[in-house]
Ligand binder design. Structure first.
Ligand code: GRG
Length: 283
């Protein structure tokens, strides 16, 4: 591997995304935040997170050779809104019932269950509001072929986040007993976690004007990276530890597949290559 400074890249992108999120979602004037809804959204969204999904979206846009324009950055950040919603809802008493997230009490602990549900709803819908706004902005700036590219991104995010992706995984997790094979566990990882990673990469590739083949290859990267990410997360948290050795081996092979998916890309895919390489060193 090359000497690409992935930690510097991650830190830089993370700061840019944090700034964009905070600027686009300012606090309301006193008396203009019924139910403390905006406060609750800001509380969860602006809490320290790695911003991996928008980073992946931007890295995919770079891989297809795009300049990172404002509409591309807004579209990438929409993936963090969907991620933020999923965390707030995942923590609810009717789901995982967690008390802490990102180093602070969970949304429902601070704002109550009803407002936490609404904050998640608001983040999910705001993601698509931002994508629509990015579409108009890109179109008014006359970037080549933009409307179709953005519609494609909207479709990828809806599919990955919703009934055929992340929400389906959550429903499976609730309805079924814990998987007793690695293949069963991987179905869960693919839906609950990788579907949103895949969608994030597809969003970036689509708004950057990638070809069908490029979007498909980068989507494959997102899927393999996303499943590997969940295996790494499990290994770190000692979850599903019955699969320890085979999970580690599978993670290595997924990350090799992720690199293969990038075979036709030039040096502009280096951030994606370095991200996959870094994940392999974490678990
Ligand atoms: C619709 C009520 C309702 C709930 C949906 C879809 C859903 C709840 C939950 C999604 C499942 C989920 C939270 C999967 C876990 C994915 C995961 C590893 C999250 C942690 O991601 P990181 O490490 O976190 O990127 P940071 O905080 O760095 O962003």
């Amino acid at each position: 591997m090359t000497g690409f400074d992935i930690d510097g890249y991650l830190a830089r992108r993370r700061t840019e995304i944090d700034e964009l999120l905070a600027a686009r979602l300012p606090a309301r004037e006193t008396g203009d935040d019924p139910g403390r809804l905006v406060e609750a959204v800001r509380y969860s969204l602006l809490a320290p997170g790695k911003r991996l999904r928008p980073v992946l979206a931007l890295a995919a846009a770079e891989a297809v050779g795009a300049r990172l324009t404002v509409p591309i950055r807004i579209a990438a950040s929409a993936t963090e809104l969907v991620h933020g919603y999923s965390l707030v809802h995942d923590d609810l008493p009717c789901m995982d019932d967690d008390d802490f997230r990102r180093g602070q009490p969970t949304s429902h602990k601070v704002f109550g269950e009803a407002v936490a549900v609404l904050a998640g709803d608001a983040m999910l819908t705001l993601a698509f509001e931002w994508l629509a706004e990015a579409t108009h902005l890109a179109n008014s700036e006359k970037e080549a072929g933009t409307r179709g590219n953005y519609v494609r991104a909207i479709s990828a995010l809806a599919k990955g986040a919703g009934m055929w992706g992340m929400v389906r995984g959550q429903a499976r997790d609730i309805a079924e007993s814990a998987p007793n094979t690695l293949a069963g566990l991987e179905i869960l990882h693919r839906e609950k976690t990788a579907a949103l990673f895949r969608a994030a990469v597809e969003v970036g590739a689509a708004v950057a004007g990638g070809s069908d083949q490029q979007i498909e290859a980068l989507g494959r990267f997102g899927d393999q990276y996303g499943v590997a990410f969940q295996y790494a997360d499990d290994l770190q948290d000692e979850e599903h530890s019955a699969f320890g050795t085979s999970a580690r081996a599978r993670m290595t092979s997924l990350l090799a597949n992720a690199q293969t998916a990038l075979a036709t890309f030039d040096e502009r895919a280096e951030p994606l290559r370095a991200l996959a390489q870094k994940l392999g060193t974490l678990a």
